[in-house]
Design a binder for this molecule. Structure first.
Ligand code: 6GP
Length: 832
């Protein structure tokens, strides 16, 4: 072998500073094709990413090979969204080579932090559901679980949000514009996926009735693989994302007609399937393209899963022992009908057997109870787009309803609620019901949410299958959300209790006793202050607003949604602003209200609330009479990267959804783990956070889920009365309605005021306002006592160990998937 080539081989593996430096210089020239003098920051990012990628390929292959050789049971996490964020810092930290990399770059005269900034944020998701999927990938790899992620390689991720005159404006997000160094295209891994056409009945070889799907349009799904590095770098799993490709024969038909342009047009249309992520969070658009996206990635994934299974098996009897398929919400639920189709139509498995296999293989996670988010596809659309699946769904439904207890009891109302078809109005397929019926386990994402699932949307199914619903409270990966995002605190923790917490977050409990240690509190505060300085600089860059580092950083970051009640927060801000102006001699606790979050482009109310926050901010931030004691900022373009700056810097975490409406929340966990105190309702995982951090270390206010339910059911709630009896609320609303914040358009906020009054205040903003203000006052009072505040902050961090996604994922592994850790076998490392 050429000596130079051979030396490169060794360097590809070397983890020391010299080896890294040499391979950076090599990569820059030979793969990025740039001279060090001409290289941009982006060139260096690609260089470093490619060199780091080299260092994980061997172990990635070892991992995959070990799973294959042991024919291990794998879990397949099917998700329409993976909200990954940047990968460089994550890969370096999980490989344990951050310091070496930093030094190697130093020697070339570069700063790692600058290089990291050139990486685009992979935003293939909207919010909680997508970010949870990304945390789960990290935990599966870190726990050595044979886990695969399957999704779509969207060319355009979640839109970029900008504010123009205070209004949200969406711009396309182009994360792939300059290439993606982490992915491996697999042009040979291609599966056909069909749409439209019709179903033909025929007699099979033994004379049985059988069906085939004919005259369909075909699209190809092409795989792109991204390695998922577990902590310590031993296990490296795979995220396989599908991209749509037009088939060649599809185009040839047109060429023969001489219609070249038409052929190319058709190709573009076909490939639109993986073009863009739908920007709705927890609401369903009902668009045909969305249904096609769901089927596209689900079908390709199932074909891939069966191919892998058939490498070791000749029939499907043991599929459930070798594959667990988790449906991340109902988006991939069509997979239940698709697996039935593949087994029955393509592999000749008998129906009942196929159904047993399907149910034993699938499980389903529900992420929201919001009725508008429960997917229900028009039967007519389904019949047209997926005709064979529609038949299969009818068949599943008929067999189920025939056997159900409701039929026996003659309870027709119940029967129609259990049906996979909603017969009211234009008929629709209820994907939640299909997912429930086709799964052996169904889970909610917090204790409260799971209880509510049993009582509400799935009450009838729960009565039918009382063992099926179970709870898996969400978690977050401590690697990204503490170890990487909050280096000052991570270093402090490690200095006291060692670094075992990174892998076993339960160990962080040992910090609890340090809450009474004056020196530790001082250091904890210093770490927080450092993070706040970093956020303040970011705020200044992004919004031009200067905030006081020593003010109380009060943070609400999440998608803009009425049920999350950013409106409640901004109303309290207005009330506080009024109090400060009324009492200029009082020494106020300075407060900085920090908001961030995107609204779905078609969600007008959420966008109006964005404008309101920006309008209020403009008035408050420029009013000298509050002496900088109150600042309000709404940061644009909230994404994973922004969250990594915001979470570590927060003092107060706003988790103020209308009780019963937030399934779990995960931002609540990130903030508490980073030492923020929560102000929140008893909703979602807030309930469990309170149990872990203790009642004294959290500010709970407002109606409970039960009270919300009763209040709404009674019909006796009158927001106008509530407003009339609360002068500070009334004054805040009057200011909005008289155009104090919108002099250019005094009626701008009429729809908001309308919703709060005549609209009946569905989200109970007015009902919770008074208690919320009291809780805010309590928080401000406590903040004056920095020692006491810090003590509670430390207790929050110390008691959040249970909320690691490692705990969550191991619960899924043992209680749902029956999947076990598999240690990759590494052949003796070759020496070049
Ligand atoms: C979200 C829930 O709203 C949030 O409470 C939860 O923490 C998160 O899922 C992860 O479980 N739901 C969605 O993002 C969604 O799109 C269909 O639901």
């Amino acid at each position: 072998m050429d000596a130079r080539y051979k030396s490169r081989e060794i360097e590809r593996r070397s983890l020391d500073v010299d080896g890294l430096k040499r391979s950076f210089l090599e990569w820059l020239v030979y793969s990025v094709g740039k001279d060090a003098r001409a290289a941009t920051r982006r060139d260096w990012f690609h260089t470093v990413a490619l060199a780091v990628r080299d260092r994980l390929v061997d172990r990635w292959m070892d991992t995959t090979r070990t799973y294959y050789q042991q024919d291990a049971k794998r879990v397949y996490y099917l998700s329409l969204e993976f909200l990954i964020g940047r990968l460089l810092t994550n890969s370096l930290a999980n490989l344990g080579i951050t310091d070496q990399c930093r030094q190697a770059l130093d020697r070339i005269g570069l700063n790692l932090d600058d290089v990291v900034e050139a990486e685009p944020d992979a935003a293939l998701g909207n919010g909680g559901l997508g970010r949870l999927a990304a945390c789960f990938l990290d935990s599966m790899a870190s726990e050595a679980l044979p886990g695969y992620g399957y999704g779509i390689r969207y060319e355009f991720g979640l839109f970029e949000q900008r504010f123009e005159h205070g209004w949200q404006v969406e711009y396309p997000e182009q994360w792939l514009q300059f290439g993606n160094p982490w992915e491996f295209p697999r042009p040979e891994v291609l599966y056909p996926v069909q749409f439209y056409g019709r179903v033909e009945e025929f007699r099979d070889s033994v004379g049985e009735r059988a069906y085939r799907w004919v005259d369909a349009e075909r699209v190809l799904a092409m795989a792109y693989d991204t390695p998922v590095v577990g902590y310590g770098g031993d296990t490296i799993n795979t995220l396989r994302l599908w991209s749509a490709r037009a088939t060649r024969d599809f185009n040839f038909g047109h060429f023969n007609d001489g219609a070249y342009m038409k052929a190319v047009e058709q190709k573009v249309l076909t490939e639109n399937l993986s073009r863009v992520l739908y920007p709705n969070d927890a609401t369903e658009g009902g668009k045909e393209l969305r249904l096609k996206q769901e089927y596209f990635f689900t079908s390709a994934s199932l074909q891939d899963i069966l191919r892998r299974y058939l490498q070791h098996h000749s029939n499907f009897d043991s599929l459930p022992d070798k594959a667990a398929i988790q449906l991340n919400d109902t988006h991939p639920a069509i997979g239940i009908a698709e697996l039935m189709r593949l087994l029955v139509d393509q592999h000749g498995v008998l129906w009942d057997k196929a159904w047993d296999i399907t149910r034993a293989t699938f499980s389903y996670t529900n992420h929201t109870l919001l009725p508008e988010a429960l997917e229900a596809w028009p039967v007519r659309m389904m019949e047209r787009v997926l005709p064979r699946h529609m038949q299969i769904i009818y068949e599943i439904n008929a067999k189920f309803l025939n056997r159900s207890k409701a039929r026996a009891a003659g309870d027709n109302a119940r029967l129609s609620r259990l049906s996979l078809i909603d017969e009211r109005g234009d008929r629709r397929v209820r994907m939640g019901n299909l997912a429930f019926l086709g799964s052996h386990k169904v889970n909610g994402v917090s204790a409260l949410h799971t209880e509510l699932m049993k009582q509400t949307v799935f009450a009838d199914f729960h009565a039918e299958f009382p063992e099926r619903i179970n709870n898996k409270t969400n978690g977050i990966t401590p690697r990204r959300w503490l170890h990487q995002a909050n280096q000052p605190l991570a270093a402090l923790i490690t200095s006291r209790i060692g670094n075992g917490w990174i892998k076993d977050l339960g160990q962080i409990k040992a910090l609890a006793e340090k809450a009474d240690d004056l020196v530790f509190r001082e250091e904890f505060r210093r770490a927080k202050r450092k993070n706040k300085k970093r956020l303040a600089a970011y705020i200044a860059r992004q919004t031009g607003v200067d905030v006081q580092v020593d003010s109380l950083f009060d943070v609400q970051v999440k998608r803009m949604h009425e049920y999350k009640r950013q409106l409640l927060n901004i109303l309290q801000a207005i009330a506080l602003y009024n109090e400060m102006r009324d009492n200029p001699t009082v020494s106020w606790v300075p407060v900085t209200k920090i908001f961030a979050g995107k609204a779905a482009p078609s969600y007008h109310m959420a966008k109006l609330i964005i404008k309101l926050i920006n309008d209020v901010a403009k008035v408050v931030n420029h009013d000298p009479s509050v002496h900088d004691n109150l600042k309000i900022v709404l940061l644009p373009n909230y994404n994973v990267t922004a969250a990594e700056i915001i979470m570590p810097a927060a003092d107060l975490s706003e988790q103020i959804s209308t009780a019963g409406m937030e399934a779990s929340g995960t931002g609540n966990m990130k903030l508490a783990l980073n030492g923020a105190l929560t102000i929140g309702t008893l909703d979602g995982a807030n309930v469990e956070i309170r149990e872990h951090v203790g009642d004294d270390n959290i500010f709970i206010f407002g109606l409970t889920a039960e009270e919300v339910n009763d209040l709404r059911a009674s019909g006796g709630f009158n927001p106008r009365e509530v407003i009339a009896s609360n002068p500070s609320l009334k004054r805040a609303l009057d200011m909005i309605s008289t155009g104090v914040f919108s002099p250019d358009d005094p009626h701008r906020y009429h729809p908001i005021l309308q919703a709060l009054t005549d609209g009946g205040d569905h989200f109970l903003v007015t009902a919770d306002f008074a208690e919320y203000c009291e809780a805010q006052q309590e928080a401000m009072d406590l903040y004056r006592d920095q020692e006491e505040w810090t003590r509670k902050a430390i207790l929050n961090t110390a008691n959040m160990g249970w909320f690691s996604s490692d705990r969550t994922i191991m619960e899924y592994a043992t209680e749902i998937w029956d999947v076990h850790p598999v240690k990759p076998e590494h052949p003796a490392e070759t020496e070049g």
